[in-house]
Design a protein around this ligand. Sequence first.
Ligand SMILES: Nc1ncnc2c1ncn2[C@@H]1O[C@H](COP(=O)(O)OP(=O)(O)OP(=O)(O)O)[C@@H](O)[C@H]1O
Ligand SMILES: [Mg+2]
Length: 293
Amino acid sequence: MTEIRSPSGRPYFVSSEIGRGGFGVVVAASDKSGAKLAIKFRCVPQAGLELRRVAERELAPWVSGGYHPNIVTIRDWFVCQGQWLAIVMERAQGSLADQLNAGASFEAWRVCDIGGQALLGLNRLHSLGYVHMDVRPCNLLRFPDGVIKLSDFGIVKDLFAPDCGACECTCYESYKPPEVLLGGRGAARIQCDVYQLGMTLLTLMLGRSVIPSWASAMQKRRMILDGVPRTAAEQIAAGHSRYAPVASVVAIMLRRRWIWRHANCLDMAHWFIGTSRTLLQRHLFDDGMLPSN
Ligand SMILES: Nc1ncnc2c1ncn2[C@@H]1O[C@H](COP(=O)(O)OP(=O)(O)OP(=O)(O)O)[C@@H](O)[C@H]1O
Ligand SMILES: [Mg+2]
């Protein structure tokens, strides 16, 4: 166990590495009280103004909004050795990506439940004036009792200054909304997050991404612009599986033109939460765990 101290003298005890992403490393840690924490060390090669910009994005919901049950809580942050931004967070059990990689399957009620929780987190972020732009299974973290929290704000965009920079180069390839692929500048809108959450929920229903990881950047672009994700959701919606009602809403989230997608995450969250309850009851009833009264 290694001890590190924030510049203000607060000690943190680092135990092991949790994982690595494109911009840094996340480690398991604890504080003096024994609270389970995770520290993300985000590399910022250029100190000064660049470091300030990165910190402003990574810490956006914490600085401007405080606590929300569906947004990962940031406890502290500091700069290490001039070029590392250390973000101290509550520690999750893992992400939805870990579960997918382990071959887990997600019941329809759970897909709906995850959608509802993610939408509540997104709604808070949007009300603070930001779009996430990186909603993917690896950035939806799992906590006890099925709680899902939105994390990783490294490429958030300011909703009120949507021309602040091209999104094209930053979003993850398979999750790029069509308007981001086509336009780039000025494409950051609430509907981008809605599209990416639609892709995430479709991935949970299928157990894999509809855009294969082996496809070239050109092929991925073609599939997105041809509306392959929306067609896949429509096919599930037309079937008789338990996923059909969720898939019909996901198909709307995945429409190619942003103007035809939902824009109100709170209304959608209510639908998802209500539908999740109904589906769970049906699931328990079908499995003989609820009496037919
Ligand atoms: N608060 C947290 N608690 C527990 N694990 C976390 C926490 N934050 C991130 N992780 C895990 O740490 C790993 C690295 O996360 P990171 O956000 O750096 O990259 P990523 O989301 O996997 O990929 P990318 O860099 O492409 O966004 C992931 O496995 C993620 O699930
Ligand atoms: Mg991440």
